[in-house]
Design a protein around this ligand. Structure first.
Ligand code: GLN
Length: 285
């Protein structure tokens, strides 16, 4: 078909669908549609009544479909990901926020302090800032610090704070875990790297080839970051403070033991939507 004339939307989407399916993209039909919606900057309703796509837009669409067919994550193509109540910008400098991590915010709301108190939050390995910013959005008088070892992540997190009207209450800094941080904090959040090193190479192509391994690789047993984090808790947590850590599958017992060896106890472990124990809540014993 000539590239200079407009093209029928249904044929274009069908072509994309078959390319994405062949590439092994899981939810190919939804993504074929959503990528077109994104290219055209139209909402769902406007899309429904659309019959033709202009030649230039069709070419742009084919280009992003090719990128997605190489298994580049959808969120890196659009630069956007929703998390909790927030719209966040994402980049290859950080993990893409996952729905599973929202379990940490649910756990915070369930076990955490009163919503209207003046509180201090800390997020270690903040990435896009998703956990800290979602927590601050729920606690209108809290202030928070987010730390990440990647400068690009810190820049992105600052941008996300501004974008969501939380810039006044969130500070982001470059650092290795809690080095140089003093506290005390009422809530410490972290989604550390927790995948066993050997397993990182077996993740879905979207994750393995595009997301930063530094944010995934938890060392030989997947627990390296938790060892460091648990050691820091006694010095950083306030007397009544809570630490809420994201867990990988099957890590609840091992991480609880690491915390117990530092004088902490498990308050509860909140499951994600798939029923996986995901958000471990710790307090001083
Ligand atoms: N949940 C991520 C994944 O399975 C891993 C995140 C992490 O290591 N913290 O890809």
């Amino acid at each position: 078909m000539s590239a200079s004339v407009s093209q029928r939307k249904d044929l274009l989407v069908r072509e994309a669908l078959s390319i994405l399916q062949q590439a092994g993209v899981e939810d190919a039909s939804r993504e074929a549609y959503l990528l077109l919606e994104w290219v055209l900057k139209k909402d769902r309703l406007a899309m429904l009544s659309l019959l033709e796509v202009g030649a230039e837009d069709a070419a742009r669409y084919r280009h992003v479909v090719q990128r997605r067919a190489k298994r580049e994550p959808f969120a890196f193509i659009t630069g956007e990901q929703g998390f909790w109540t927030l719209d966040l910008s994402v980049s290859p400098e950080t993990l893409i926020p996952r729905g599973d991590s929202e379990a940490l915010i649910e756990a915070l709301l369930e076990c955490g302090p009163e919503r209207n108190k003046e509180l201090s939050f800390l997020d270690l390995g903040t990435g896009t800032g998703c956990l800290l910013l979602a927590a601050l959005a729920e606690y209108p008088r809290a202030m928070g610090v987010g730390v990440d070892i990647a400068e690009g992540a810190v820049r992105l997190a600052r941008h996300n704070a501004q974008r969501n009207g939380l810039g006044e209450r969130a500070r982001f800094m470059v650092g290795s875990w809690a080095e140089g941080i003093t506290g005390p904090f009422d809530v410490i959040l972290s989604n550390p790297p927790y995948i066993e090193r050997d397993v990182v190479a077996q993740l879905m192509p979207e994750v393995e080839h595009y997301e930063p391994h530094r944010a995934l690789d938890g060392g030989d047993d997947g627990l390296e970051a938790y060892r460091l984090l648990c050691q820091e808790l006694p010095r950083l947590l306030s007397a009544t403070g809570l630490a809420i850590f994201e867990l990988g599958i099957g890590q609840e017992e091992a991480v609880t033991q690491l915390a117990e060896s530092q004088g902490l106890r498990k308050l509860r472990c909140h499951t994600d939507l798939g029923g996986v124990p995901r958000a471990l809540v710790l307090a001083r014993s």
